[in-house]
Structure formats: structure tokens, C-alpha cells
Design a protein around this ligand. Sequence first.
Ligand SMILES: [Zn+2]
Ligand SMILES: [Zn+2]
Length: 353
Amino acid sequence: MLPQTLRRAISGMMAALAAQVLTLLPQEFTLRLLDRTIARRQAGDTLANKPDGIHVLLCGAAGPLTDLKRSGPCVAVQAGRRLFIIDAGANGAGNLRRFGGNPGRVEAVLLTHAHSDHIDGLGELGMQRWTGSGGQHPLPLHGPPVVSDVAAGFNQAYAADTAYRAAHHGADIVPPGGSGFEAVPFSLPDDGDLNTVLETDDGVKISAFAVNHDPVCEAVGYRIDYRGRSVVFSGDTTYSNNLIEHARNVDLLVHEALATTLTERMAAAIESRGNTRTAKILRDVPSYHTAPVQAAEAAARSGATQLLLYHIVPQLPTSALERVFLSGIADAYNSKVTLGRDGTLISIPADER
Ligand SMILES: [Zn+2]
Ligand SMILES: [Zn+2]
């Protein structure tokens, strides 16, 4: 078996070679390739064709820091026939399409909190859902009370564009009343509470619980239950006993992870160049996040069947850094751990019993 770095180098060379060969092809051949690619993508709502169960697709696996390999936090969840989005970081809607989903099919968005990295792809998602579905109703935006402001702000920012597109394409294609978001705020759950915030008649139940992302007072995690299966999403939080209680024996725990050892090294390097302000911000960040080993401890204490790490901070441009990021995890949790990437898909079949 070749080392991963060598395999990546070889596949990079093959891709470069293929790109060179493509430049030598006649234009007609290139255009036919384009036709086939477009046709494949149009037919490509592979999420919709998955077997019954819960399917978790990372449309963005990074946090707020610039990351060349991962997009902002955004998770698509297919539960039965229904498609939901948890947080809408930058590029999330485009990645949903890229990895086999259809933004036009999104039934609701659930925000964990209103930090910018979790909402800065909302405009893109709302637009792609509207033009993709031709729906008559705005996209429901569930979350803590702050979602009312978030929905109102995005709706106002996109009001002119909505009018332009309805005038251009026709209201029957893009009904103006179907654009944007409809806020569906819920009260912040108390510690210990698991509050149902969305329930469908075909058995999908989505619940919210409080996490600790202080000073972000309106921050929650979510639990999705469907046909005997369950997945918990941490959102942004420090190590949380409340999360562990609500993630008891789940099939999958999707937990954020920030490597403080790496962010501190970044801060020290930045400070040594005289940028004390950015260094200070970087040193503030770990106080409201969870280290990778702590996420593994949370998975172990909750009894989760497997752990998916997302909201990866900082960026990990090499496999060597990924190993540093994951060091100590195997000692803390002896079940399956996946380091999230854009496009990571974990499927949990419905429990047929
Ligand atoms: Zn975040
Ligand atoms: Zn946050």
C-alpha cells in the first residue's frame, strides 16, 4: 500500500496530465463532455435515492478561519425522504449540489447560533432553494430567537434581487412569495431539557438542547431521531455534559473540534511578527470550543457508536498535520472516528426491527 502522500502526488500528476490531454482535444469533443457532465449533474440527486435511514453529508467541514480545503460549517441531513440543513456556512449550497444533493429539496434550515461562519452561506442557500424549487413559501429557518433578526436581515438584503429575478424569469417560474426565509424561533432549552422543535408525520423528530458557547448565549445543538436511529450535532460548544446526556447511545455524534495546540502555535507565530490583535483573537477562540480529544471523550462518555469531527480548526493542509490534530483520540475513544471533509457522507440505515 502506497503512503497517502505518495498516492495524492500521483493522483495530482494524473489530473495535471489529463488536463493537458484535454487541451489537445477538438472543441466538439470538449462540448460533448460538457453536455454529459451537465446531464449527469442534473440527474444527480443521489441523496434522494439513498436507502431509508439517516444520511449525514458534510457540505462544509471547517470553522471560521480561512481554509483552502474545507468550506464553512454546513451539514445536510437526509432523514427518510426529507432533507434538512444544519447551519449554512459559505459554499454550503454549492457543495450540496456538488456532492449529490438538490438545494431545491431543502425543507428547513436549523441554525445552531448566529456566528457569521454559520450563516454567511444563507443567502446562497435561500436563492438556490427558491430558484431550484419554484416553491410558494419561504424556507423555514428554525433556531433560537435570534433567527428572527437573521431571517429579516437576509430577506431585506435580497428583496431587490427577488424582484429582479421574478421580473426576468416570470413569477410562475420563481414565485416572489417563495423566496427567502420564514423565521421559526424557539425558546432556548434549559439545561437538561431536550425540546422537540420539528416533527413530521413520517417519523422525523428534531430536538434542540443547550450548549455552552459563552458569550454566545443563544447556542444549541440538535438531535435527530428517525426510525430507531439517532444523530446528535454539537454546533459550537465547549465540552458539554448537557450534550453528553442528550447523546446517550446515539448512532452518530457529529462534534466540533478545535486543536488548541495548533491555534496557540499560530498565535505565537503571528505575535512574533507584531500582529498582536490577531494573536489575541486567536487566543480567545479556544475558550468556547472543544479540543479533538475532548470531543472523543464526549463520544466515549455518551456511548456514541461513532464520531464525526467537523468545524475543524485550524486548517490542516497536510496529512502530517491531520495526525497531530487526531493525536490522543484513539486513547480516549475506541470506536470509529472520521475526520470530516467537505463531501464526507455517513449513512445509517433505518432500524427495521
Ligand atoms: Zn463556528
Ligand atoms: Zn460559534
